[in-house]
Design a protein around this ligand. Structure first.
Ligand code: URA
Length: 267
């Protein structure tokens, strides 16, 4: 599965895109973008790629930095939380000429195979996100591009980071969708009661909220995408994300994503 014609995209690329508040001149022909959810994480990721990275825009939840890796322009753009805002970022970046997307985020462990601090690299995601069905019918798989997937696995191995390759469940909500009871009402609708056990029984490794949207859209557009997330809480033990768990999961995922970019831009 290759990328669609670059020249066709380039002709259309320079126009300003509304939500990201970016144009093709600012993005300097960048063809690769790292996508954290959190705008606060963008500078940290960008500086880990390139200490001279620069902020391009910060509009709503979309914060954008540009750096260079081995001379190649690389964007770091936050998606905000969840499928709808992720779909806007992916749409607008694709229109600006981005062909390879790498989500770098966090997740809540489901499977006993993962621990807090591990990195989950996803060959695919369960499509509970809501947004992706407006791009492709639910039967269409949310799968990573094999080149991005193998770059992520090679990066995790070379850094000796604890990692698992397996399926994520991308939910439309953080609370009922992930069967959390520490919510305002404490109530989980019947259709979602028992869902945590079910995903565990089906060998889903962790919950998060953006991978399915990204992977579905990139495949449907003929572009490349992959996803690496750090486990910040384990749902077998707790519902609460602690600062310590967050730090460990985030650091490992960012390190793997940055090393994967090096691999992807290498000739
Ligand atoms: N992200 C999620 O979506 N869920 C978690 O539990 C942790 C991070």
């Amino acid at each position: 599965m290759g990328c669609r014609s670059r020249s066709r995209r380039r002709e259309r690329a320079p126009r300003r895109v509304y939500h990201l508040d970016l144009d093709g001149e600012q993005t300097r022909g960048a063809r690769i973008a790292l996508l954290p959810g959190d705008p606060g994480r963008v500078p940290r990721i960008a500086y880990s790629l390139d200490p001279e990275a620069q902020e391009l825009a910060f509009h709503r939840e979309y914060r954008s930095y540009l750096g260079h890796v081995r001379g190649e322009p690389v964007l770091v753009v936050s998606t905000g939380i969840g499928g709808p805002s992720t779909s806007i970022a992916v749409e607008e970046l694709a229109r600006l000429g981005v062909e390879t997307f790498l989500r770098v985020g966090t997740c809540g462990g489901i499977s006993p195979q993962v621990r807090v601090g591990d990195v989950v690299i996803a060959p695919g995601a369960v499509r509970l996100d809501g947004a992706s069905v407006q791009y492709a019918p639910i039967e269409y798989p949310a799968v990573a591009h094999p080149e991005v997937l193998s770059a992520l696995v090679a990066a995790a191995r070379s850094l000796k980071k604890p990692h698992r390759v397996g399926i994520l469940a991308s939910t439309a909500t953080f609370y009922p969708g992930q069967e959390r009871r520490d919510s305002f009402s404490g109530y989980v609708p019947r259709a979602l009661q028992g869902s945590l056990d079910e995903w565990r029984a089906l060998n889903v490794l962790a919950y998060e909220m953006e991978a399915a949207t990204l992977l579905t859209m990139a495949s449907a557009f003929g572009l490349r995408a992959g996803c690496v997330t750090g486990v910040v809480v384990h749902r077998g033990r707790s519902e609460k994300v602690t600062p310590r768990g967050l730090k460990r999961g985030e650091e490992n995922a960012i390190a793997v994503a940055a090393a994967a970019v090096e691999i992807l831009v290498s000739p």
